[in-house]
Each structure stands twice: as structure tokens, then as C-alpha cells.
Design a protein around this ligand. Structure first.
Ligand code: IMP
Length: 430
């Protein structure tokens, strides 16, 4: 039996959805433990594309999907997603989806605050997805949140609204100068959401323990990426939750001894949406080519992603922070047309060579990437299914990544489809 965590090693959008979908075949349960509908997973199955923001990707494989206590959930979005999947013939009943009774609910004022603050910040904005994620985690920390257990109990929900909404409206109106929330309308609207979602609400920690006792395998699906982590990322250009593997435990209610492996998803180059430093960013034709060939648009906001070379300073930071036991390289095929490929192996800062990510963002922004250059393979690799069949220079690129990180590559994705993958070692097969 093995329980595996999957995390993004860069700034999100590494292609986790596809790898989770792939590995879910060997899992019995798939668990989200942080973030909310700021995430977006694109999966392609039999040529059909599915985008999910909240429901774990494992739903396509009819696995038991779990939304842990560490997730913040917009109930309207969740219901929309259930309806969307069901309209495509994918069942999402309470036998296949659990929502933690302790997960926090995104309320209408959270979204208004997110937008209002970004508008006020002007040029200095973080570039949030505007889904109310930050304000919702903020209320959780200041004990003004609404949990699912509160939402599904009309009396408690009314009490929470009465206590919270007047303060929020005061702030919205007088500080952010934006629209306010109608308490009664919200109560009625959310009562309908509660009726719809009540059957799904459960004590997730207990469910996970019971699953473990019967030998079930669990896949923990991280959202965003290591460098968007609230503690370890490029603060303040980060999301509002811990995205590193350690949070798989606190965000779902399992202990560390129940985790047996951590797979880091690495895009073969680097992308970032939103603002914040990005040392290996490209502003030239190659950056444009990566953006176009890789179809680098945000799955949640549709924004163009910034593109650059693979950065192993960033990657090694993720190796350490997550305790990675294996790597999955995604979108290797996007590099097919390049004559040469660069890997950032260190930074130069004020004449000094460094190999760690500075906490001071001005320093990080001033870091000059030090590159190693490798030859490109200039060959279509999408049809390749075995590592040995990859062009020698493609293997050389992958082996260099392994040497620079000290972590074995176990999965290589050469196209968006589930079958366009080379698996050299399945982490569930220990
Ligand atoms: P928030 O998570 O909406 O508060 O946004 C904070 C920062 O995280 C912004 O730069 C977003 O673009 C970024 N972000 C949030 N979710 C994702 C994601 O799933 N992929 C990539 N970036 C994300």
C-alpha cells in the first residue's frame, strides 16, 4: 500500500491534472488539500477536454474524490462543476465525492474584497485570480470563517452571517468603496447551496483513516505550485495557502507517517501567471514560441502565461521543501522545435554565484540566470512511449535534470493525452 502526494515544483500550471489523472488509475481515493477554484486542471481523455477547478481530477476515473479541510470552497462553483461533469456523463454522487465538514466556504464578500483590493493596488497588484481565495483564508485565520458544518446547519449559518456581514459591508463600502452584500439574499442563496451539498459533507480525516485500514491507496493532489506557497514562495506574490507536500497532512487530516512518496511535477520549461519575479523569464521569440506551442493560457483566468527556461535553482528549492522522491516532467514535446535548450543552473547576484532562492524579492528580481546550453532534438516526440526511444539529446536533457536535482524522473509527458506518456516507474508500484 502506498499514499502519494503530487505537487507542482514551479509557479503552478505544471500539468498536474494530467499526471494525477494518470496515477489515479492506481489510487482508490484522490484528495485535494489546499487552494480553491483558483486552480484549474485541464485533462484530455479520448480527445475530449475537461477543465475542473475544485473536484479532484480522479473523478474521471470514478475514484472517490475528497475535498479536504485545507481547501476553501465556493459552493456555487462546486455545484456548477458537479452539473458540468454530470452533463458529460460523469457521475459525481455522494458515493464519489466527499467535502470536509471543516473546509471553509467562500462567501460573496470574499470575492468583492479580492477584486476591490486588487483595484486599489493598481500597478502593485498581485494578479490574484479574483476568486476570493485570499480573503477566505484570512477569515479562517482570524476566526471569522464559515465552515461547511456551519453552512449546512441553517441556525448556525444565520448566526455566522449576522456576526460577520455587517463588518464586511462596512469595509466594502467605506474602505474599498465597492458594492456591499445583501444578508438576506445571501442566506437564501446559500441555503439552496447547503441543501444541494449536504449529502456530500463528511469527516474526511475519519474517512481517510478508514480507507487506510482497508489497504486503500490515496493520491493527494496539490494545487498551484511550490513557489506560490504562502510561507516558502515569492511572498507576497503567492497564493494564501501552503502548497508544499507537508500540507497534504494538515489539509486533509492524516499524519506524516501515512505519506510514502512525493512526486514533483516539473514543466520542461517554466511559466508563471500573475505578477512577481521570474529569473529565467524570456522576452524574445523563444519565449513567444513556448507560449504558443505550449498553449500557455491560464486554465482559470485565460491570462497569457509568462514563459522562460527551466530553472533548477527553483527546482532544487522544491526538491528540498517537498522532500521529493520522484519527478514527472511535463510538456517535453513543446521543446521539439528548438535548436538549443538552456537550463538555469545558478544565479548571479551582485557578482556572486548563488544556488538558493533569496527571500528578498528585490534580490531575486536582480538575479541573473547562469545557463548551461544543451542541443535541441528537433524531432516530433509525441508518438514515443519508451524512454529508450527518445532522441539521445532528449535523454541527455532529462539525465541532466536528474543529475542537477538528485531525484529520479519517473514520468515523462510528451503530449496532452493520457496515453502520450512515458512511465519509467509508477510510484504506486513500490
Ligand atoms: P490567488 O490564489 O487567486 O489569491 O492568486 C495569487 C497568485 O497565485 C496570483 O499570482 C495567481 O495568478 C496565482 N495562482 C493562483 N492559483 C494559481 C494556479 O492554479 N496556477 C498558477 N497560478 C496561480
Amino acid at each position: 500500500m502506498a499514499n502519494i502526494v503530487i505537487v507542482g515544483t514551479q509557479w503552478g500550471d505544471e500539468g498536474k491534472g494530467k499526471i494525477v489523472d494518470l496515477l489515479a488509475a492506481d489510487a482508490d481515493m484522490v484528495v485535494r488539500f489546499q487552494g480553491g477554484n483558483n486552480a484549474g486542471h485541464t485533462m484530455v481523455v479520448n480527445g475530449e477536454q475537461f477543465i475542473c477547478h475544485l473536484i479532484p481530477s480522479g473523478i474521471l476515473q470514478k475514484k472517490l474524490c475528497v475535498i479536504g479541510n485545507g481547501v476553501v470552497v465556493d459552493p456555487a462553483v462546486l455545484i456548477e462543476e458537479i452539473d458540468y461533469l454530470e452533463s458529460k456523463g460523469i457521475s459525481v454522487g455522494p458515493d464519489l465525492l466527499l467535502i470536509s465538514d471543516r473546509a471553509h466556504v467562500i462567501m460573496p464578500y470574499h470575492k468583492l474584497i479580492d477584486h476591490g483590493r486588487e483595484k486599489m493596488k493598481g500597478d502593485k497588484k498581485i494578479g490574484t485570480t479574483g476568486r476570493g481565495i485570499g480573503p477566505s483564508y484570512e477569515d479562517k485565520a482570524t476566526r471569522r470563517g464559515v465552515r461547511f458544518v456551519d453552512l449546512v446547519d441553517p441556525e448556525t449559518f444565520q448566526e455566522r452571517l449576522d456576526a460577520i456581514v455587517p463588518e464586511k459591508n462596512f469595509y466594502l463600502e467605506n474602505f474599498l468603496a465597492t458594492e456591499t452584500v445583501d444578508l438576506e439574499l445571501t442566506r437564501v442563496q446559500y441555503a439552496a447551496y447547503a441543501d444541494r451539498l449536504r449529502p456530500y459533507v463528511a469527516n474526511v480525516s475519519v474517512a481517510l483513516q478508514a480507507a487506510g485500514k482497508t489497504g486503500k491507496q490515496i493520491l493527494f493532489e496539490g494545487a498551484q505550485g511550490t513557489h506560490l506557497d504562502i510561507d516558502h514562495g515569492t511572498y507576497p506574490f503567492v497564493t494564501s495557502s501552503n502548497t508544499v507536500s507537508g500540507n497534504a497532512c494538515s489539509g486533509s487530516g492524516v499524519g506524516p507517517k501515512d505519506i510514502h512518496g512525493v512526486i514533483g511535477i516539473v514543466k520542461a520549461y517554466t511559466t508563471r501567471v500573475g505578477a512577481g519575479p521570474f529569473p529565467s523569464e524570456l522576452f524574445d521569440d523563444i519565449g513567444n514560441l513556448l507560449q504558443k506551442t505550449g498553449a500557455e493560457f491560464g486554465a482559470t483566468t485565460g491570462r497569457k502565461r509568462r514563459c522562460g527556461w527551466l530553472d533548477t535553482v527553483i527546482l532544487n528549492n522544491a526538491v528540498r521543501l517537498n522532500g521529493l522522491t520522484g519527478l514527472a516532467i511535463t510538456k517535453l514535446d513543446v521543446l521539439d522545435e528548438l535548436d538549443e535548450i538552456k537550463i538555469c543552473v545558478a544565479y548571479e547576484l551582485k557578482g556572486r554565484r548563488i544556488s538558493e532562492v533569496p527571500a528578498n524579492l528585490n534580490h531575486l528580481a536582480a538575479c541573473q540566470p547562469v545557463y548551461e546550453t544543451l542541443p535541441g532534438w528537433r524531432k516530433d516526440i509525441r508518438g514515443i512511449r519508451r524512454f529508450a526511444d527518445l532522441p539521445a539529446v532528449a535523454r541527455q536533457y532529462l539525465e541532466r535534470i536528474e543529475a542537477l536535482t538528485g531525484v529520479p524522473i519517473q514520468i515523462i509527458s510528451v503530449g496532452p493525452g493520457r496515453e502520450e506518456t512515458i512511465v519509467t516507474h509508477n510510484p504506486f508500484h513500490r
